[in-house]
Design a protein around this ligand. Structure first.
Ligand code: NAD
Ligand code: UGA
Length: 459
């Protein structure tokens, strides 16, 4: 199967960076990323690459290098499908907010729309690649839609889940631990493997059957999230016993069977995927009546919700059981450093809880706008937009955000937070000045020497 033109449906956090890296490494291929969101496509096409819709270190440079040469962004979905031999589906698969499976199952309506769009437009054989994260056996549904078009076109479905993490997307794509391709047609699998072979060594390209590939993606995220919930569970024991979670993490991480990564205690994991993918796994398990399996994985989410709640409860309790009318300076809103993504960020839930206790919040994040912060809070529907606006200010300077604050709450582990003039911040805060370091990024002894009352996770 000869592939010269690739189309990617969905110009989001996965579609954009993934296709940019494929384009960079395959100058002979024409890659067109399409989306129904005109504003997003316009932003991808902005001459000023600092205005791309997604912030990822190294991404702007690759887009600059490839855009207009072999990488294109468009809203003409039909034309891109028509001319391509290979079509990636990289649209969002959020948790369902209605009907059967509400709050648990993945909402596959966007996936189905893409499959129907391909079925309606295609005039030649196509390889259709599932790039989105999908419940195991979704390829069955896609196949059924594509194979019932009534014409003679051959469709080959592949599963090629994406394992990049935000904030390191470009590095993860340039040097992946593995590329996973699940499928039934060997020729289709090899056509996709060839695209990756341009820069990924052959031994890192793993071929499996369709269902193993689909399930491996959900499993990988469940295992990663489980590690965070596990260390966070231990952090609570540490706080009551005098053990230090950083020391415990180091001690267990040096066991090569456990490994040192993903053991950073925190205010709880966020991001668009961990929670949604575990809920999806739990839903799948329940749908097969595997209740013990479902309960086991659900506990990862329960623990994470507990950790977020515990952080704000501790802050309120330490501030003499009330934050009413007090200014709390929040450093960070993104769900992790080096991204402008705020989806499911723990900061949103901590802020909501503090607002319920009538706190005044002052937020600074180097990459997140005031508009985004307000819309994240409004989305929760806990209070009116006017009330959120009145109680939450966004500052463009961290020093302004923390001026006259009763406490600092560190929500995201941005590197720049470590290098601030903390003596200056201390001198402008209300006394006693409290720091609640939800990421354990500051030096406890140094903060205490300045005069702060310093609280972190699991210490
Ligand atoms: P996203 O919301 O950033 O992007 C999805 C895009 O698809 C949106 O721009 C949307 O407008 C577009 N879209 C939806 N329906 C469409 C349609 N019918 N036609 C054309 N465009 C359409 O989502 P994302 O973060 O890129 O995630 C996409 C998928 O990848 C999800 O399944 C997610 O679980 C998975 N994933 C995400 C990450 C991550 O770090 N964000 C990593 C690995 C896998
Ligand atoms: C995660 C996975 O790491 C990716 O492999 C996967 O492709 C992606 O989900 C996805 O499917 O969307 P991402 O959510 O972008 O990537 O970022 P992570 O680095 O995994 O962090 C997730 C959350 O866990 C963040 O809020 C982070 O702060 C938190 N975390 C992570 C911790 O609290 N402690 C840790 O040790 C690691």
């Amino acid at each position: 199967m000869i592939v010269k033109n690739i189309c990617c449906i969905g110009a989001g956090y996965v579609g954009g960076p993934t296709m940019a890296v494929i384009a960079k490494n395959n100058p002979h291929l024409k890659i067109t990323i399409v989306d129904i969101n005109q504003a997003r496509i316009d932003a991808w096409n902005d001459a000023d690459v600092s205005k791309l819709p997604i912030y990822e270190p190294g991404l702007a440079e690759i887009v600059q290098e490839t855009r207009g040469k072999n990488l294109f962004f468009s809203t003409d979905i039909d034309a891109a499908i028509d001319e391509s031999e290979m079509i990636f589906i990289s649209v969002n698969t959020p948790t369902k907010t209605y009907g059967k499976g509400k709050g648990m199952a993945a909402d596959l309506k966007y996936i189905e729309l893409c499959a129907r769009n391909i079925a309606a437009v295609a005039k030649t054989d196509k390889i259709v690649v599932e790039k989105s994260t999908l419940p195991v056996r979704t390829a069955e549904a896609i196949k059924s839609i594509l194979h019932n078009t009534g014409n003679e076109i051959n469709f080959h479905i592949l599963s090629n889940p994406e394992f990049l993490a935000e904030g390191t997307a470009v590095q993860d794509l340039l040097n992946p631990d593995r590329v996973l391709i699940g499928g039934e047609s060997e020729a289709a699998i090899e056509a996709l493997a060839k695209v990756y072979n341009s820069w990924v060594p052959e031994e890192k390209i793993l071929r499996t059957n369709l269902w193993s590939s689909e399930l491996s993606k959900l499993t990988a995220n469940a295992f990663l999230a489980q590690r965070v919930s596990s260390i966070n569970a231990i952090s609570e024991i540490c706080e009551l016993t005098g053990a230090n979670v950083n020391e415990v993490a180091k001690a267990i991480g040096m066991d090569s069977r456990i490994g040192s990564k993903f053991l950073q205690a925190s205010i709880g994991f966020g991001g668009s995927c961990f929670q949604k993918d575990i809920l999806n796994l739990v839903y799948i398990a329940r749908s097969y009546n595997l209740n013990e399996v479902a309960d086991y994985w659900e506990q990862v989410i329960i623990m994470n919700d507990h950790q977020k709640r515990r952080f704000s409860d501790r802050l309120i309790k330490t501030l003499y059981n009330t934050v009413s009318g007090k200014k709390i300076g929040m450093l960070g809103w993104a769900f992790k450093k080096d991204t402008n993504d705020t989806r499911e960020s723990a900061a949103i839930y901590v802020a909501d809880h503090l607002l319920n206790e009538q706190a005044n919040l002052s937020v600074y994040d180097p990459k997140v706008s005031s508009f985004k912060i307000q819309s994240d809070l409004n989305y929760l529907n806990t209070r009116s937009e006017e009330e959120n606006e009145a109680s939450v200010k966004t500052e463009s300077s961290p020093y302004e955000a923390l001026k006259a604050a009763h406490a600092v709450a560190i929500m995201t582990e941005w590197d720049e937070f470590k290098t601030y003039d903390w003596e200056k911040i201390y001198s402008h805060m209300k006394k006693p000045a409290f720091i609640f370091d939800g990421r354990n990024i500051l030096d406890k002894a140094a903060m205490q020497k300045i005069g702060f009352e310093y609280y972190s996770i699991g210490q």
